[in-house]
Design a protein around this ligand. Structure first.
Ligand code: HEM
Length: 329
């Protein structure tokens, strides 16, 4: 019974992927027509991203997260890149964005493009390309990035806090957060697989480890050995309060390679955040995680397809092509 359900799920995931690939073909056509404005775009973006990621591999997860945090607030319009002003606290200063990084890579690509093809490529498109190229630098999933987004003129830290999913959320809230952006259950499970690379900070799991229900306890859903390892790694947090907040691989033992091990860790109750562990609390997402864990190719295709959907949040949007990604023209 369980295995026939799994086969059905596998078939459903495959069908969803085939439909998605048909959509990706349309996107391909769009790229071909819009890239004419700057034929060197993809090469310039890829070369700079690859050079930077080769020198500092921790930039790959950072650039991927930058794109996610851009798209979930006002669509993919580079609103995350705008600096705060005297009268406005911008997205990048919202608490969930304080560990976002990689801005200097976007600046370098933008500076080069402004020399080669001035005012023709938006900062939002550069963010989308850098995320894709950062991931594909390794043997990771590939996906087509459509070009033609406009840069927004509004950026608000309160909007960022309201729209970005929280690591403390349960499954129902996460799914709703994704649905609010036009993404579905498969997108939630596939895109959560981004946590196969990169780190999270102890400060965000200290209650989970040291005070889960207010009586000095640990979240019982974390595997026991893993929980004691995390407690040891995060033990200095209180002492150093706000001075050093240690960073921990979100995919234990495999946090620098883009693979399916995140789903293995989940199954072994080693999800770092409550939002990771939440994927096991719904039967459909738990089964889908299993499918991705055991089928790398399927995961890569599903991940790429969901990245295309995520990269289309907000469509091309209304706005401008900024000259400098930090400020509106
Ligand atoms: C499902 C909802 C999600 C939640 C609640 C969530 C939350 C988080 C949190 C709290 C961190 C650690 C931040 C820190 O302590 O520095 C993180 C890191 C990260 N997230 Fe997510 N995330 C989600 C979905 C996504 C998606 C959709 C992507 C990309 C497609 C993504 C990519 C990443 C990456 C790559 C990192 C590591 C960043 C680094 O190493 O600096 N996340 N996420």
């Amino acid at each position: 019974m369980a295995s026939s359900r799994r086969i059905l799920l596998l078939v459903m995931v495959r069908v969803a992927i085939i439909i998605g690939m048909m959509r990706i073909k349309d996107v391909d056509t769009m790229i071909m027509t819009t890239i004419k404005g700057c034929p060197q775009l993809e090469t310039i973006a890829r070369n700079i991203t690859w050079t930077r990621v080769a020198a500092d591999p921790t930039l790959a997860p950072k650039l991927l997260r930058l794109h996610f945090h851009d798209c979930f607030v006002r669509g993919c319009d580079a609103s995350i890149l705008l600096d705060s002003t005297a009268s406005n606290s911008a997205e990048k200063d919202a608490i969930p964005n304080q560990t976002v990084a990689g801005y200097e890579v976007i600046d370098e690509i933008k500076a080069r493009l402004e020399v080669v093809c001035p005012s023709s490529v938006s900062c939002a498109d550069i963010v989308a390309l850098a995320a894709r190229d950062a991931v594909s630098f390794q043997v990771g999933p590939m996906w087509p990035v459509s070009i033609g987004r406009k840069d927004g003129r509004v950026s608000s830290s309160s909007e960022a806090s309201a729209n970005l999913p929280s690591p403390f959320s349960n499954f129902t809230t996460l799914l709703q957060d994704f649905k609010n952006k036009g993404l579905d259950l498969q997108d939630l499970v596939a895109l959560s697989g981004a946590h196969t690379i990169g780190v999270g900070h102890c400060g965000l799991i200290s209650d989970r480890l040291f005070n889960f229900t207010g009586v000095g306890d640990t979240d019982p859903s974390i595997a026991r050995v893993y929980a004691s390892l995390l407690r040891a790694k995060c033990s200095n947090l209180g002492a150093n309060n706000n001075v050093v907040d240690p960073a921990i691989e979100m995919d234990p033992g495999s946090g620098s390679s883009f693979d399916t091990h995140y789903y293995t860790a989940l199954r072994q109750n080693q999800g770092l955040f409550e939002s990771d562990a939440a994927l096991l609390t719904d039967q459909r997402s738990a089964r889908m995680s299993r499918v991705f864990e055991t089928n790398r190719e399927l995961f890569f295709v599903a991940f790429g397809q969901s990245m295309v959907k995520m990269g289309a949040i907000g469509g091309v949007g209304a706005g401008e092509i900024r000259k400098n990604c930090h400020v509106i023209n």
